[in-house]
Design a protein around this ligand. Structure first.
Ligand code: ANZ
Ligand code: ZN
Length: 816
């Protein structure tokens, strides 16, 4: 055994062994229980950052631990390779997006290998590879045939100067990132996936996800946003159609003082005829952002349409306003406004001098004043005619039933979730496989013509997508009539690729989208990634899983059984990021200390779900610990190692204590790693054990045997975290078999047993001493022993003993 720890040499050798033996390549033919552990695949941006290192280290530790439990563990890796940065790089450096992407992949793959992650590289995939996106196109056409895909117009960011569509990231303060021209909204036809058809199931099956953080489930539920309410009609004089609104608070119906419609509502257009003020207002609204987040903070503005509508219960006339806070895409694009009980309506009414009528009052005398702001909680009705005295909950039912009977309203469940727009007017993405023919209309590309490959011979100059003018896109034979037609030039949202990659890993070589192997491996048992994906990526992946299930490709309802959202990596208290210029390049540390030190530091610095504060001294500390462990093993070996088996019957007290500590550590670490998925405390426990061993000076046969057992246990417990050094130490401790094939250490229950127990001695209720008594000692024996204790005797000070109280297994109180 080498005297000094030389990480770089060890790591290179061990990695070469793993690579040549293909130990991490797994198949479905195993009789062991399967375990699919997946870390979110990276975007190949250039090189790994610390967040990647953290994500992939956590995943690798879990995978290796599960392997030691005897499971058939799949841990794959691949590349989320389409996206805007490649196009930007192409324009800045004149390199083709594909070349840029594949070069980055090559570099980052080497980095991952250098970190010693146990991936099944035979399943590697890059989403920009036609053999991958071919199946995405195939699946899109299946969904199209099923009616789960449709086309409709939707707004995009449009730069009138460059004549091009901009991604949201390319709009900076409302202007084009290249030419600074004010960006406009433009309506163009785009493809949508009908995720709303699965809204109910996406919400309901969140409840089955026991292994997900509550916070993530709540975020998903809010995003889906199921609400129960009433759609009701307000008749408008001189108009055929009544104005239909959606409300979740029909109990407030008698407090309505105006109605409000979105600027794109037909009624707004009607009012704009011959009214320039209204048409100008509508035009102003068009320029503004309509994201819901922006809606919340934006100044509320509106204009009276001049139109009056009839209240469905009282018949009173209420004014209809056009307002920028009403979204056309939600509910009916029109609301009944109740300023007394809705804060938005309140602010709007105050601004425009509209009446405020309170109809809900607190149940038990609490403050229900609404002269400063809206009173939004539920309560008891007043000023509401027949409904006075009802609680909000009862009024909800009573008022909706009244409306339903009069055929003026209907109870309705609404979802905030919108269908998923998947068209992107970008080059570096998967082409959407449809053809437009003047005679035949929209024609799906026939299956045998897939994939529709993205042409390589293009020049990106920042104006419109080069696909528009590309000959293979502008001229193609219509699959149904043969006439010259053109291809769709939009490409898929890159979220499409990341919505099913986990399934493709399981069937990576299938000559179909998925094969039977996907049914074997899925669901993913443990998924690890950033909280930034808590909503969209996870929701789309869940949606795709249900789509694939309904297509017969999978048998599970949910893709990820257990979800671990890792915390951020911070430096000086703020997020480590390129834009803040506070990054630490993992490569430098790997070169200096080796992969094991980096892995150990990352896992030791914080529990996986909490943020991790970077610390150079922490890295140093991790390195020192590995050197100390190495030295312990070396010294033990140098003294001849262990030759005689442990004789349990003849252990001294100290030997028993050390051995007990070894097994207590195994017990604690197994719980931390296996049950709590917390590693820092598990590492700390091993550090303590190493310290204990360094104080254990005993070169008897039993002493050596116990030290051997302790070192072996430490190596096994640390093997998932620092696999290279543990591989070497395991061999140096005298084993032939690689540590990778060895099982997780077992607790020897008999080692935990204590034949003595420590009891506290009190004199007159004050803690004065401690004694060690036999576990089987009787109360009398314990009393006798306590009354003989030197320290206790000193405090008794010769006084007569009035009483001795023995609390079994805890204390003895001597009263004098
Ligand atoms: C009257 C009312 C009184 C409301 C009250 C709330 C409180 P959720 O839960 O998200 O479904 N609303 C309906 N359609 C809208 C649209 N297109 N744009 C903006 N707001 C809209 O919210 C439903 C509530 O949001 C509805 O209930 C409506 O305001 C508003 F004390 O109606 B409510
Ligand atoms: Zn045709």
């Amino acid at each position: 055994m080498q005297e000094n720890y030389q990480p770089l040499a060890i790591e290179q050798d061990v990695q070469a062994i793993w690579e040549s033996s293909g130990v991490f390549n797994v198949s479905e033919s195993s009789t062991q229980e399967k375990y699919y552990c997946l870390s979110m695949f990276p975007y190949p941006s250039g090189k790994l950052h610390m967040g990647h290192v953290r994500n992939y280290t956590i995943g690798d530790v879990i995978s290796r631990y599960q392997r030691m439990l005897g499971k058939n563990v799949l841990q794959p890796m691949g590349w989320d390779a389409f996206g805007l940065p490649a196009e930007n790089a192409a324009m800045q450096h004149g390199v083709h997006p594909a070349d840029w992407t594949y070069e980055n992949i090559d570099y980052m793959r080497d980095q991952l290998k250098r970190l010693g992650f146990g991936y099944d590289w035979s399943r590697e995939l890059a989403t920009c590879d036609p053999s991958y996106y071919k199946w995405e196109q195939w699946f899109f056409l299946k969904l199209l045939a099923k009616g789960l895909v449709y086309k409709k117009t939707a707004p995009v960011n449009w730069c009138p100067h460059d004549m091009t569509v901009l991604a949201n990231e390319q709009v900076i303060d409302g202007c084009c990132w290249r030419c600074d021209t004010q960006v406009e909204r433009k309506e163009i036809a785009q493809w949508f996936l009908k995720i709303t058809a699965y809204a109910d199931e996406l919400l309901a099956s969140l409840e089955t996800l026991d292994g997900w953080p509550e916070q993530v489930k709540t975020m998903q539920a809010n995003w889906i946003g199921r609400s129960e309410g009433v759609e009701m009609d307000f008749p408008v004089a001189d108009m055929e159609q009544p104005l239909r609104i959606y409300t979740t608070r029909p109990d407030t119906l008698m407090g309505v003082t105006y109605l409000a419609v979105a600027a794109e509502h037909p009624l707004a257009f009607q009012a704009a005829i011959n009214n320039t003020a209204i048409s100008e207002f509508i035009n102003d609204c068009k320029m503004m952002e309509t994201s819901e987040a922006a809606m919340e903070t934006m100044e509320k503005r509106g204009i009276d349409s001049g139109i009056k509508a009839e209240h469905p219960l009282t018949g009173e006339l209420v004014p209809v306003w056009i307002a920028n806070f009403v979204l056309m895409g939600y509910g009916t694009g029109a609301v009944m406004a109740v300023p007394a009980h809705d804060q938005r309506d309140y602010e709007f009414a105050t601004k425009y001098g509209i009446a405020i009528k309170q109809v809900i009052f607190a149940k038990n005398g609490e403050d229900d004043d609404c002269s400063e702001h809206a009173y939004t909680v539920k309560g008891v009705l007043k000023n509401s005619a027949d409904f006075d005295g009802l609680t909000s909950e009862l009024a909800f039912v009573a008022i909706s039933e009244t409306l339903e009977k009069a055929q003026k309203g209907l109870r309705k469940t609404n979802f905030r979730l919108r269908d998923w727009g998947v068209s992107r007017q970008r080059y570096w993405g998967a082409p959407i496989p449809v053809i437009y023919c003047e005679d035949c209309g929209t024609v799906p590309v026939p299956e045998q013509d897939l994939p529709v490959e993205l042409p390589r011979d293009v020049v990106l100059d920042g104006s419109q997508s080069p696909l528009v003018a590309h000959p293979t896109f502008s001229h193609v034979a219509c699959p149904s009539c043969g006439k010259t037609a053109r291809r769709e030039t939009d490409t898929f949202d890159t979220f499409m690729e990341s919505s099913w990659y986990f399934a493709r890993f399981a069937s990576s070589k299938a000559d179909s989208m998925l094969d039977e192997s996907a049914k074997y491996w899925l669901p993913v048992d443990h998924y690890i990634g950033g909280i930034e994906h808590a909503i969209l990526h996870l929701l789309y992946a869940r949606f795709f899983t249900k789509l694939m299930r309904d297509e017969g490709l999978l048998v599970c309802d949910e893709p990820f059984k257990k979800l671990l959202t890792q915390g951020m990596v911070l430096k000086d208290g703020t997020k480590m990021s390129k834009s803040k210029g506070n990054t630490v390049d993992p490569q430098g540390l790997i070169d200096q200390y080796g992969a094991d030190t980096v892995r150990l530091f990352i896992m030791f610095a914080a529990p996986p779900e909490q943020s991790l504060e970077w610390s150079d001294s922490g890295v140093e500390g991790a390195f020192r610990f590995l050197k100390r462990l190495w030295k312990q093993a070396f010294t033990h070996n140098d003294a001849g190692g262990s030759v005689v088996a442990l004789d349990k019957a003849s252990m001294t007290d100290e030997q028993q204590t050390v051995r007990r500590f070894v097994h207590q550590t195994i017990q604690k670490v197994s719980h931390d790693v296996g049950v709590r998925t917390i590693f820092n405390t598990a590492i700390a426990a091993n550090m303590e054990l190493v310290n204990t061993l360094s104080k254990f000076v005993d070169d008897s046969d039993n002493g050596k045997a116990i030290r051997q057992e302790a070192l072996e246990s430490i190596v096994l417990m640390l093997a998932p975290i620092v696999p290279h050094i543990c591989h070497q130490l395991w061999l140096d401790l005298g084993h032939q078999q690689a540590v990778l094939g060895v099982a997780w250490p077992q607790v020897d229950e008999s080692a935990l047993e204590q034949d003595t127990i420590e009891l506290v001695i009190q004199v007159n209720g004050k803690l004065r001493s401690k004694i060690s008594v036999s576990m089987t000692a009787s109360s009398e024996e314990i009393q006798a022993q306590a009354l003989n204790d030197e320290l206790a005797l000193r405090f008794i000070d010769g006084k007569p003993i009035r009483k001795v109280i023995v609390v079994p297994k805890k204390l003895i109180n001597i009263v004098v």
